[in-house]
Design a protein around this ligand. Structure first.
Ligand code: PGA
Length: 255
């Protein structure tokens, strides 16, 4: 199973900046063998990135979407619109969506179902806050988020799902989790997911770590037995840095 290294640009880059990034990243692409690379730009740069990646193995993802097909949902984007832009993956339930925009487990579940039924591969984000961690509630929080998203999905023949373990306190803080803690969380995530997903989906399941991943620490996470990738925010904004991060991940996999 190839690890998935995803760039989550958040609200950064115009279409022109995104295109320049892709042009630069593609110059390093030959060195990305053995790693799946994904770029998740803002909606407004999806077309530019799609065009700039033509003929490349680098994949395109979105950072969010709504669950309905169409309707009176001002400001929202439907799964079919993402498909039309050539999007393959979609990040769902990122902690910034949960905490800054009030997305709850119910909404994220609806989005997950909609993504799967439209053939989009969801990257479901889960993770505990600092306060929850200090109370020793990490496992309980992860279990709750996962059960809300996955319970009963079995009947719907889930396709490929990625789960990103992103402890909220590690996002954008420069304070990454200890690899051993990330591994424990990933093992727990796999166990809980196995209660709800069919065997085939569990075999195909990749668990990413996210939260202050950098060129300097990516190898430690990629080397973990239960972690198959990373969701990268800040360190994905410059093509040269992100390219070096992907290469460091590849070297860690082939070791
Ligand atoms: P960060 O963000 O790498 O800047 O911590 C990760 C994320 O939010 O996905």
């Amino acid at each position: 199973m190839k690890p998935l290294i995803a760039a989550n640009w958040k609200m950064h880059k115009t279409a022109a900046e995104a295109e320049a990034f892709c042009r630069q990243l593609r110059q390093m692409e030959e060195e990305f063998n053995g790693v799946e690379v994904l770029i998740c730009p803002p909606y407004t740069a999806l077309t530019a990135v799609h065009n700039a990646l033509e003929g490349s193995r680098i994949k395109l993802g979105a950072q969010n979407m709504f669950w309905a097909e169409h309707g009176a949902f001002t400001g929202e984007i439907a799964p079919s619109m993402l498909r039309e832009w050539g999007v393959e993956y979609v990040i769902l339930g990122h902690s910034e969506r949960r905490h800054l925009f009030g997305e709850d487990d119910f909404l994220i579940r609806k989005k997950l179902e909609a993504a799967l039924s439209h053939g989009l591969k969801p990257i479901l984000c889960v993770g505990e806050t600092e306060e929850e961690r200090e109370k020793g509630a990490t496992e309980k929080v992860l279990e709750q988020q996962l059960c809300a998203a996955l319970e009963g999905l079995e009947q719907e023949k889930p396709g490929e799902i990625v789960i990103a373990y992103e402890p909220v306190w590690a996002i954008g803080t420069g304070k990454a989790a200890f690899p051993a803690d990330a591994e424990n969380a990933a093992v727990w995530i796999r166990q809980v997911a196995a209660r709800h997903l069919p065997e085939e989906a569990i075999k195909a399941l990749r668990i990413q770590y996210g939260g202050s991943v950098k060129v300097e620490n990516i190898a430690e996470f990629i080397a973990l037995p239960t972690v198959q990738g990373a969701l990268v925010g800040g360190a994905s904004l410059e093509a040269a840095t992100f390219g070096r991060l992907v290469i460091a991940a590849r070297e860690a996999v082939s070791r």
